[in-house]
Design a protein around this ligand. Structure first.
Ligand code: APR
Length: 399
């Protein structure tokens, strides 16, 4: 049984069904919602290889495009890194996550995969016994219990899998980085042929291409910013504080459009608030319950690793389950958690480094001034040291 039909759940489901292993996906949302939710979009070369191995890469090969340049804009000027000529020499493939999810779902259904939309998993019971089960709520609200030999929790950080871990079953490593971004999807073509990272006194701004008509932008904003208005909310923190014009003016200022060229403006289609957090559960297994993707670990979007880790972990779990079910060999299942955690912590370490590269320490006390001098030196090393650039490129595209 698989909980959740994001990239993790759908890659897992596809590999299992293609190998003749029966499974059911329970997905809380309806199909339209799953196929239109805009999230990540930068796929690492290894992610593309995983998807290709399982015949899941047709859409991204046809409609995705390669991307390999990032541009940093700071108080000391700007510089570009073409990371396909550095490190392991690989580019990203840009393909919006909702398109990938649409492809994965179509492939899964074509292969005869079973999925229940509008069905929310409520709890996983008895995961450490020979008879694990999942309590779920059907679309009409009726409770239903499913028996399963194994349960893959691919239902994100607020899902039932995490909630069902008994106290003490896993240690939760958590770090709030104290930085909030407004994540924006603009109905506008990309404004530069690179991922843009702008550091400014007023805070960070980011630019990431999605399609020829849409672009993702990020704006660092004050803590306590909310995208969904709640009754009585202060206009300083609610969405009313961020009308389209203010967003574009702020982006133009921080990205130094006056020096480096104007931004192509358009309607803001989506605003979300992203608190930069790291969150890792350890171990990723409790009896028959395995955690995958965002349910296993949360990573800040600064280094575009979340969806890539989800795909990688899903493939590792799929192979381990196939070995167990077909060959009665449980060694790979036993090693699942340690193997995935090694990738997760590598990604966390790089993401943590990126956060400290892209954001000034708040305040003006000695500690903040010291941190900010280090940040500037870090950026200078990236601008001038080939060794540092190779290291950056390898980690930036790798998972
Ligand atoms: N029962 C059933 N489904 C659930 C439940 C539940 N209790 N809770 C959540 N879900 C579903 C969500 O509706 C969603 O479709 O689980 C799915 C989880 O998908 P994602 O959030 O995309 O997580 P994952 O597959 O782990 O992919 C992680 O993708 O979206 C990015 O930022 C994310 O980069 C990260 C990566």
């Amino acid at each position: 049984m698989i909980l959740g039909a994001g990239p993790a759940g759908l890659v897992l489901g596809n590999v299992l069904v293609d190998n003749g292993i029966d499974c059911v996906i329970l997905e809380r949302a309806d199909r339209a919602h799953v196929q239109t939710r805009a999230r990540a979009g930068f796929l690492a070369a290894n992610t593309v290889r995983v998807l290709e191995r399982h015949g899941l890469a047709d859409g991204l090969r046809r409609h995705g495009h390669e991307h390999s340049v990032c541009e940093f804009r700071t108080e000391d000027g700007r510089f570009r890194l073409d990371y396909s000529g550095l490190g392991t020499g690989e580019p990203h493939t840009v393909y919006p996550q909702q398109h990938l999810v649409t492809d994965l779902l179509a492939h899964y259904l074509d292969a005869g995969g079973r999925i229940r939309f509008g069905t929310e998993a409520v709890a996983v019971h008895d995961a450490d016994t020979p008879r694990p089960s999942v309590l779920a709520r059907e679309p009409d609200g009726r409770p239903v219990t499913w028996q399963a030999r194994y349960v893959a929790g691919c239902d994100g950080r607020h899902g039932a899998a995490r909630r069902s871990l008994p106290p003490g079953a896993a240690h939760r490593h958590h770090r709030d980085h104290g930085v909030t971004w407004l994540g924006l999807l603009a109905e506008a073509p990309p404004s530069l042929d690179a991922v843009g990272y702008a550091l400014h006194d007023r805070g960070f701004a980011g630019h990431m291409a999605r399609t020829s008509e849409t672009t993702r932008y990020y704006l660092q904003c004050g803590p306590g910013t909310t995208a969904d208005p709640s009754p009585g909310e202060s206009p300083a923190t609610g969405p009313a504080a961020w009308p389209d014009e203010r967003i574009w003016d702020e982006l133009a200022l921080r990205m130094r459009a006056a020096d480096y060229g104007p931004l192509r403006r358009g309607r803001i289609l989506q605003r979300t608030v992203v608190d930069l957090e790291s969150d890792v559960l350890e171990p990723l297994r409790h009896g028959a319950l395995f955690l995958v993707g965002d349910a296993a670990s949360l990573i800040s979007p600064s280094a575009a690793k979340g969806a890539n880790l989800a795909v990688l972990e899903a493939e590792i779990l799929a192979h381990a389950l196939i070995e167990d079910v077909k060959n009665a060999d449980s060694a790979a299942l036993d090693g699942y958690s340690a193997r995935c955690l090694a990738y997760i912590w590598r990604a966390q370490e790089f993401s943590h480094w990126m956060i400290r590269l892209l954001h000034a320490a708040p305040g003006s006390d000695d500690a903040a001034l010291f941190e900010n001098r280090l940040r500037r030196a870090r950026m200078d090393a990236l601008r001038t040291s080939r060794t540092r650039q190779d290291w950056f490129a390898e980690n930036y595209v790798g998972v």
